[in-house]
Design a protein around this ligand. Structure first.
Ligand SMILES: Cc1ncc(COP(=O)(O)O)c(C=O)c1O
Length: 460
């Protein structure tokens, strides 16, 4: 297991090594960037915004469904954490997806987006009694994360709940290249650690004791996990289901939730690995997986959205420091949090555009692309070779449709950036739809305790 960290110290004599992918600009979105600038969404009036390719999202959902089409019964849920925006969730519901949620907030968003309760799955390692009670009352499927959580469900579950209840196991097949994304290590906090002494027997007993416990769940990990590792985790889950059913002499387990986690290629435009490649890896490891012996649930997030979105941001200033060119932009840790905090693990491709939104051409220069946050590490790429950036230019951070602008960080009280969906008409005209407005300063103040401004003043 590798835990990637950034190790740039302020007093280092040597400048940080280049980070990220110097792939050529992703030309797919050139017309969209130009239209966003032309329509005032990026520029003086909009310093930073997220953009979502709605046709691309539809196409990705179609590819996912096609890849699993051999399986008679599959519920593909979208992991809400990957893009927790109600219009995006509603688009996915409209395309036949279900929704995986991992907090009361995500459950609320899924319901507001219009997902039927029966198409929602609740995962999370720290569900409260109230959360469980609500999910069971609604008929939302619940994957217990531990045997202790099953005991809570015992106490809360009414005889007529429609909820499917499952148990998450940790198949302990090991980690991928990003430790923080690897959920099937020996010591992961998720699920029941399958290979620990006595765990297998305890799991079988849990199913023996509960006729209503009918699902096994595993999510091996996300970005950085090879397909073979994920498939090995699914194989262990399948074998366990077979063992439980054989031991109990009945088909107690009827469905397998195999999680999400298909990694995304951040190095260039190509989608790889693909869903068909994933299905091939799964069926190589578990030949019977799509046979219909178990109905299936999936929980993909990043692979559905990442390549269908980007961040656009204005360059406010450029400066030189210690022989280094730095572009100060409005896209930093508040919207590209993972990339800033772990630059080696989450490299991004970056495009350079002029103030009119046209792609910049000309000789390239190694530049640091920095954000607006007040800490030295707020840099989305070090030493990136791009056409020379200047004040009022626009930079684009590609592949950021999942876990980036949808999940902002409130550092420096920077407002949440606006998000727009876009589509390109037959004549090439780009139209935008507001998904989330930029947060106003009034909203920032309200969120920062304005209503309680006097709370700490002592009155004598
Ligand atoms: C339980 C569970 N399911 C699904 C996902 C989605 O993973 P990904 O976005 O990599 O597909 C996650 C991500 O953290 C998760 O924890």
């Amino acid at each position: 297991m590798t835990q990637t960290t950034s190790a740039h110290h302020e007093d280092d004599a040597t400048p940080p090594a280049p980070t990220g992918h110097s792939a050529p600009r992703d030309s797919r979105f050139d017309a969209v960037v130009r239209a966003a600038v032309g329509q005032g969404l990026l520029g003086e009036g909009g310093q930073v915004a997220g953009f979502i390719d709605t046709a691309g999202v539809r196409a990705s959902v179609g590819t996912l469904h096609d890849a699993f089409s051999a399986a008679p019964e599959v519920l593909h849920t979208f992991a809400a954490k990957a893009c927790s925006l109600i219009p995006v969730l509603r688009l996915l519901a409209d395309r036949g997806m279900g929704c995986e949620v991992a907090s009361p907030g995500e459950l609320r968003l899924a319901l507001d987006a219009g997902f039927a309760a029966s198409r929602i799955v609740l995962d999370s390692p720290a569900k409260t009694r109230e959360e469980i009670r609500l999910a069971l009352a609604l008929g939302v499927a619940v994957n217990a994360d531990s045997l202790d959580e099953l005991h809570r469900i015992d106490a809360l579950r009414g005889p007529d709940t429609a909820s499917v209840v499952g148990l998450r196991i940790n198949p302990q097949v090991g980690g991928g290249s990003i430790g923080a994304m690897s959920t099937a290590t020996a010591t992961s906090k998720f699920g029941v650690a399958l290979c620990d002494p006595g765990a297998r027997e305890a799991i079988v007993q849990a199913f023996r004791d509960r006729p209503w416990l009918t699902r096994l769940h595993a999510h091996v990990g996300s970005q950085g996990c090879p397909l073979e590792l994920i498939a090995a985790g699914v194989a262990r889950t399948y074998e366990l289901a077979e063992e439980i059913n054989a031991t109990l002499g009945t088909r107690r387990i009827t469905s397998l939730d195999i999680g999400g986690g298909l990694p995304v290629n951040f190095a260039d435009e190509t989608v790889r690995p693909t869903y068909p490649e994933y299905v091939a890896a799964l069926t190589a490891a578990v030949p019977g997986l799509l046979s219909g012996r178990y109905s299936l649930v999936t929980e993909f997030g990043r692979s559905l959205l990442a390549k269908n979105g980007f961040i656009g941001a204005r360059v406010e200033y450029v400066k030189d420091a210690g022989g280094r060119r730095i572009a100060l932009t409005h896209a930093g840790a508040q919207t590209a949090t993972r990339t800033v905090l772990m630059p080696d693990a989450w490299p991004l491709r970056i495009g350079a555009f002029g103030p009119d939104g046209a792609p910049k051409v000309g000789p390239v220069l190694a530049q640091d692309v920095a954000g607006p946050c007040c800490f030295a590490g707020d840099v989305v790429a070090y030493g990136r070779e791009l056409p020379e950036l200047a004040e009022d230019d626009v930079v684009v951070l590609y592949d950021t449709g999942a876990y980036y602008f949808s999940t902002p960080w409130a550092y420096n009280s920077l407002p949440r950036p606006a998000v727009y969906g876009f589509r390109t008409g037959r004549e090439g005209a780009v139209t935008f739809a507001t998904v989330r407005e930029a947060q106003s300063l009034d909203a920032v103040a309200a969120e920062s305790g304005l209503a309680h401004a006097d709370a700490l003043i002592e009155r004598v």
